[in-house]
Design a protein around this ligand. Sequence first.
Ligand SMILES: C[S@@+](CC[C@H](N)C(=O)[O-])C[C@H]1O[C@@H](n2cnc3c(N)ncnc32)[C@H](O)[C@@H]1O
Length: 297
Amino acid sequence: MRIAIPLPLLLRFRQARYMPAEAWDWLRGRRNPLLPPRWLRFVGGGDFATVGERFLQHFQRLAKLQPDEDVLDVGCGVGRIALALTTYLKPPGKYSGFDIVPEGIRWCQRHITPQFPHFQFQHADIHNAAYNPRGTARAESFAFPYGDASFDFVFLASVFTHMLPGGMRRYLQEVRRVLRPDGKCLATFFVLNSESRRLMAGTGSQFHFGHDLGGCFTVSPNRPEAAIAYEEDRLRVQILEAGLNLNAFYPGGWCGRERAMDGQDIVLLSAAVLHCRYLRNSCALLVTANQLPDHRQ
Ligand SMILES: C[S@@+](CC[C@H](N)C(=O)[O-])C[C@H]1O[C@@H](n2cnc3c(N)ncnc32)[C@H](O)[C@@H]1O
């Protein structure tokens, strides 16, 4: 998603714009109480419910998610994927989600948790120039509000695509900390490599990461977090340094790639067994010489 103005302001515009349509739906009894109002759907394009269902399919197919597992949704937005998961996760399985946009979390707490008490949402007041410009905490030092080894599955859908390198590094470490030893993580990225760069230069690319910020690339130097891409080699090293294994890479269609699993690149991670930092760093250097495991469609 490309955001040109800070989200709090954008939400006010969207509220004014979509209020008549929402009121009209409500008058005709067509308002679905399990969907947020249109103005609160700030989490990207496409049909809101369909995107959530597509991610649920990725979780089942790629990460073999089971209905009784403990799931963490980092950057859960306004519950787009949580809503799809309510049809699948059953107690003792449980869902936890956190996000930095208070309006989204409030909606989830009021509309999802009362019907599905095993779904819990928390707000974290972390700074992000696009989503939470007045946030007081910093992503690069933030500790996820959960204990070690609490989750079987962690996912970040279109979150690292809005995070700068310091925050990304910290979040990968936190994912490793909260994952159980046999846990998995699915995260989406914009990955820059020779193929995506070549495609990006063509006419079919939705994004042009033309601004090098030193450690990542952005579409917009004025508001870098609007969309962030990472070099493949750098990303692989960061994943290994966080103590995670890169199990699979599914290239996305964002750069105009014709056959793709989803819009963004999907990366499947697991907790690595290497605990020695020296060994891990040596492996990171070695793996840099190889390609990402690649599962093209
Ligand atoms: C494109 S939206 C995707 C939301 C959700 N994952 C989904 O797919 O519906 C990006 C989300 O990342 C959140 N975000 C950005 N920086 C974050 C951070 N440091 N920690 C947690 N969430 C963050 C934003 O608030 C926003 O809700």
